[in-house]
Design a protein around this ligand. Structure first.
Ligand SMILES: [Zn+2]
Ligand SMILES: [Zn+2]
Length: 389
């Protein structure tokens, strides 16, 4: 988030959130094992209040209606005493969590919608942040992250890849996997399972590395420096094999190699290896793994004390709902997660990229006063791009 909001704008957002929470009693359900989790929230215009615990859902819901917070969080971890300082809480276990954020996908559309601001001279430009400001040569530059439809579609695709791996390679039951739209830039995938809940940081790190395909080298699929054509044909992965071997075999099927059609993948790849040899093959494999591995934020999976936005609550930077996606394929975040009203509000916009919400396009705005539906005004105000006039 960049800049800060004036009283009037904060008030509009808080009122909008309050209206939602007042009516949302049946949209919000308490997380499992509620009594063992730590809760926290950020009030509008305030800073994080943590180490809370609620005995009943009624208590928690009362806080939402009373405070209408900017953000509400709960721990993925289960504790003996959630309200005590971190090292005294008594960690018992936690959901296995994956965070997929469009911001980490390095998508080309960032240059069309991100906005950077030089903290030295105030210069603002559309695009990804440069290393140095072209105006004052300063290196302190902030960047506003923005998720367009393409960004969110790409993030969804990563979530689908992840769920496939969790089910096929880890044998996790579909009903133990929950996928949520984060309310802003991506998706949270959470596994609640007796088998995984007690895993420590290192074990979670290994799972994170596995799903992202990190550490997979030519040797992992039978390709050694002095490999012969015959040994490669013997050892390269076949289509239909479990795990990364099978996934890679399916990728290899799409590689174009002169003289080969749709025939046996292993012979084609063995022939290719004969031409390009080890280090070039290793490079191509790395590029392929970037494509088919799941791009998650590894730090999030390994941080066993982390708190996450609570499902059913609003994201203070967008006014969108963090929500469970029952059918991820058909889920459309910029429609389905919009819960605020379309009551018109007068705002002044310094700058905003093109925004699509509820099937309407709101053009890029630049230094203008406009009347916008509340849901759009809150989205832009949440990103500190609009203020109420
Ligand atoms: Zn500058
Ligand atoms: Zn985008």
């Amino acid at each position: 988030m960049e800049g800060s909001l004036d009283e009037k704008t904060l008030n509009l957002m808080k009122q909008a959130f309050k209206q939602y929470y007042f009516k949302a009693g049946d949209r919000i359900s308490p997380p499992s094992r509620m009594n063992e989790r730590e809760f926290g929230y950020i009030p509008f215009g305030g800073s994080m209040i943590r180490h809370l615990s609620f005995k009943t859902f009624g208590e928690l819901y009362a806080l939402l209606v009373r405070e209408a917070p900017h953000s509400v969080f709960y721990s993925a971890a289960y504790y003996l005493e959630p309200t005590l300082p971190m090292h005294e809480k008594g960690w018992k276990g936690g959901d296995l969590i994956f965070d997929i954020d469009a911001d980490n996908l390095q998508l080309p559309c960032r240059k069309d919608h991100n906005l950077w601001t030089c903290k030295g001279c105030g210069l603002k430009r559309i695009g990804s942040r440069p290393k140095k400001c072209p105006n004052c040569d300063g290196g302190s530059i902030s960047e506003l992250n923005w998720a367009c439809e393409k960004c969110l579609e790409a993030a969804k695709n990563e979530a689908l890849k992840l769920i496939d791996i969790l089910m096929k390679d880890f044998g996790i039951n579909k009903n133990e996997i929950k996928v949520y739209f984060s309310g802003n830039m991506g998706y949270h995938v959470s596994v609640e399972s007796k088998e995984f809940e007690e895993l420590d940081q290192a074990a979670r790190g290994e799972i994170a590395d596995y799903v992202s395909g990190r550490g997979l080298i030519p040797e992992s699929i039978g390709v050694f420096k002095r490999a012969t054509y015959e040994s490669l044909v013997e050892n390269l992965p076949r289509i239909g094999e479990p795990g990364w071997r099978g996934r890679l075999a399916a990728s290899f099927a799409n590689w174009k190699v002169d003289g080969f059609g749709d025939g046996d993948t292993r012979e084609k790849i063995a022939a290719l290896y004969g031409k390009i040899r080890y280090s070039k093959f290793k490079k191509r494999l790395e590029v392929e793994m970037l494509k088919i591995g799941v791009r998650i934020d590894t730090m999030v999976t390994t941080d066993i004390h982390r708190i996450f936005r609570m499902p059913g609550t609003l994201h203070g930077e967008t006014g969108l709902l963090k929500m469970l996606c029952d059918d991820l394929v058909s889920f459309n975040p910029l429609n389905d997660a919009v819960v605020l009203s379309d009551e018109p509000v007068d705002v002044f916009i310094e700058y905003s990229p093109r925004l699509q919400l509820k099937d309407q396009i709101y053009p890029p705005f630049k230094r203008e006063r406009v009347k916008l539906p509340l849901m759009v005004a809150v989205y832009l105000a949440g990103k500190c791009l609009a203020r109420v006039v």
